[in-house]
Write a protein that binds this ligand. Structure first.
Ligand code: FAD
Length: 595
């Protein structure tokens, strides 16, 4: 999609300008729409798992709501498609209040409208995925002008669309012709694999397992140690995103993944999969910002997305978090904190997911049509047609993956007792480190940042550093925090796994040598387009490099991988797909004549 630095200018039209939001006459419209489209006949005859519908002009979502309602009532569980994927394109996203108005006119649709409102994304350009009915129904909302969005969709999804709804359900649109091959497109419309191995039970592996399990895939998670004991083992972490007045793949992914993660975790709390206060709380987070110019630039842009973030002064921040602040910054009302081990445990409890822990370091071998997981004794402990390596910093120890440019960054966190002085804290506070409201009587504060530091010891000077940073962020609490100076505090040392461009590595694993040969022309001219398809190991995928933001980035990364593995339309734009693809580093190194 075309973007400029003003892509924040959120897409929304004044309600009066919306053409199809008139909820009056819905009953009549329902009859015409259903008769015209004969959807239940189509999906009952459908011979693939997913039935995909695309619509230009989401309006107030009535076509989607009617389709979803029909799907719930009339889908035959023994025949035809098992899941519904609805893709809608809209240049002027409706506001949540406009959607709610639909419920007043059609009580039958009211529960669906409420569910849609709960999963409703920010009005930022790009694609936003909403997941309903435990993954049986997916809605992709593409906010943007139809011509731009169709150009993006053509690259990935158009061949997957089974039914087009256009002109309010009265016309159809021909799928555009095929495009030339590209390096980032190894997947194709195919049946989902019956089973998948996921190596690593941290946030990346557990979210991947859950996203596949939602699609009915049988997943075996294989963990060398115990789940969520490495980077995902801290008691508390904050849901971060990244704001910038400049457009970049990094900011786009940070915003898209934050929006998706917030909606997914909110759903987990609402459904009781996560427990408020113990497993986390979406209580908001305040981020101190010292750069006044940046705040001034963002203030105006953020007025269009107040649910995402707001610029607040120190007095407002103090009221929001419950403790005195001397700094202005960003307030993220939907953010908060989570306990990564609790998130992993909830994900592993899903149907279709089996955990095998304590396996020791595993390696993968290809045998016929399967990937086999082999333990230190050379025994095959599991096999499946597809495998996802989600082993954090250990990903480049797998055969053929030593080239992955992963960096291990040491971080030490400190467990702080729940002091009376900290009791009023009711939201997360991010300064050079972070603190959240207490969990089980303690705050997990942190963290140090040590690229290239391999020391596993819990260092007293790092504990002192964490306390000093907190004192600087909350100067009025200096006395209470100073009193802890001589108290031995517990803590943890772990390593974040980062990539050189700070984006995770998510996608199919390239066959390095063949890939390099095919794109060798880039050595002469890094900018010339090479119209060739990428070469990838069949059924082998990677999910790592989540740096300091794994709580935020892993849900969307997992959804992307599951969509790729199952041959579905993708939940990210083509530009983001390429920015995340592990093969990007081979292209980069060819262009720089390093390989
Ligand atoms: C100090 C610190 C503070 C952080 N704070 C935050 C925060 O506030 N907010 C936030 O969003 N993020 C934070 N992060 C980052 C976040 O924790 C990570 O991005 C995330 O945990 C990465 O998850 P992962 O699954 O990729 O890696 P990991 O959690 O490391 O999981 C990888 C798993 O693979 C297993 N494994 C390795 N090799 C093999 C093998 N050969 N076979 C089988 N299994 C294998 C490992 O045992 C491990 O369990 C922080 C990280 C650190 C270190």
């Amino acid at each position: 999609m075309r973007r400029d630095n003003q892509h924040w200018a959120a897409l929304s039209a004044p309600p009066g300008r919306r053409e199809r939001c008139d909820a009056q006459g819905l009953a009549e419209y329902r009859r015409t729409f259903l008769a015209d489209n004969r959807l239940s006949e189509h999906w009952t005859r459908h011979n693939r798992t997913v039935f995909t519908i695309a619509e230009i002009g989401f309006g107030c979502g009535r076509n989607f709501l009617l389709t979803w309602d029909l799907w719930r009532q009339r889908r035959n569980p023994d025949e035809g498609a098992r899941r519904l994927h609805y893709i809608a394109i809209e240049a002027n996203p409706p506001q949540r209040a406009e959607l709610s108005a639909m419920a007043a006119h059609d009580t039958e649709l009211a529960p669906l409208v409420a569910a849609l409102c709960a999963q409703y994304p920010q009005p930022l350009p790009g694609v936003h995925r909403a997941v309903f009915d435990a993954g049986k129904v997916i809605l992709d909302l593409w906010w943007g002008p139809a011509e731009d969005v169709l150009a993006d969709l053509r690259q990935a999804a158009v061949s997957l669309v089974d039914h087009w709804i256009a002109d309010g359900g009265r016309g159809t649109l021909t799928a555009p012709a095929r495009l030339p091959p590209r390096w980032d497109q190894p997947w194709h419309s195919s049946a989902p694999p019956a089973s998948v191995l996921v190596l690593g039970a941290g946030l990346a592996g557990c979210h991947t397992a859950a996203a596949l399990a939602r699609r009915g895939v049988t997943v075996t998670v294989l963990e060398s140690g115990e789940p969520a004991q490495r980077a995902s083992g801290n008691a508390q972490g904050v849901l971060y995103t990244r704001l910038s007045h400049r457009h970049s793949a990094l900011t786009d992914f940070a915003l898209a993944s934050f929006d998706f993660a917030v909606r997914q975790y909110r759903d987990d709390f609402a459904a009781g999969r996560l427990r408020e206060g113990l497993d986390g709380a979406l209580c908001g987070s305040f981020h101190q910002v010292q750069d006044r110019r940046e705040l001034d630039r963002m203030r105006l842009l953020l007025t269009t997305v107040p649910e995402l973030a707001q610029v607040v002064d120190a007095a407002q921040a103090s009221r929001l978090i419950g403790l005195e602040q001397h700094s202005a910054g960003y307030w993220y009302p939907q953010s908060g904190w989570l306990s990564p081990p609790a998130v992993c445990a909830a994900l592993l409890r899903q149907d279709n997911v089996t955990l095998q822990a304590g396996c020791g370091p595993l390696r993968l071998m290809r045998s016929g049509q399967h990937w086999q997981a082999v333990n230190g004794d050379g025994q095959v402990i599991a096999e499946a047609p597809a495998a996802v390596i989600a082993a954090g910093t250990a990903c480049n120890t797998f055969t053929g993956l030593a080239w992955l440019p992963l960096r291990a960054i040491r971080g030490q966190t400190t467990q702080l007792p729940g002091l009376n002085a900290l009791a009023p804290l009711r939201a997360a506070l991010c300064h050079r480190g972070y603190i959240a409201p207490a969990r089980a009587g303690e705050h997990c504060i942190g963290a140090t940042f040590g690229p290239g530091d391999c020391d596993p010891a819990l260092r007293p000077e790092d504990q002192a550093y964490n306390l000093a940073q907190l004192t600087a962020a909350l100067p009025t609490l200096a006395k209470a925090l100073d009193a802890l100076e001589d108290t031995p505090l517990a803590g943890r040392t772990e390593w974040r796994c980062a990539s050189p461009d700070y984006l995770p590595l998510v996608g199919p694993v390239p066959e390095r040598e063949t890939f390099i040969q095919r794109f060798a022309a880039l050595r002469d001219n890094a900018r010339q387009p090479v119209a060739a398809q990428g070469v990838y190991h069949e059924g082998l995928y990677l999910n790592t490099g989540h740096g300091s933001r794994g709580l935020t980035s892993t849900p969307l990364a997992a959804e992307l991988l599951a969509s790729q593995l199952c041959g579905e339309s993708l939940p990210v734009e083509p530009e983001t797909l390429r920015a995340l693809a592990p093969a990007r580093f081979l292209l980069r190194d060819l262009g720089r004549n390093r390989i």
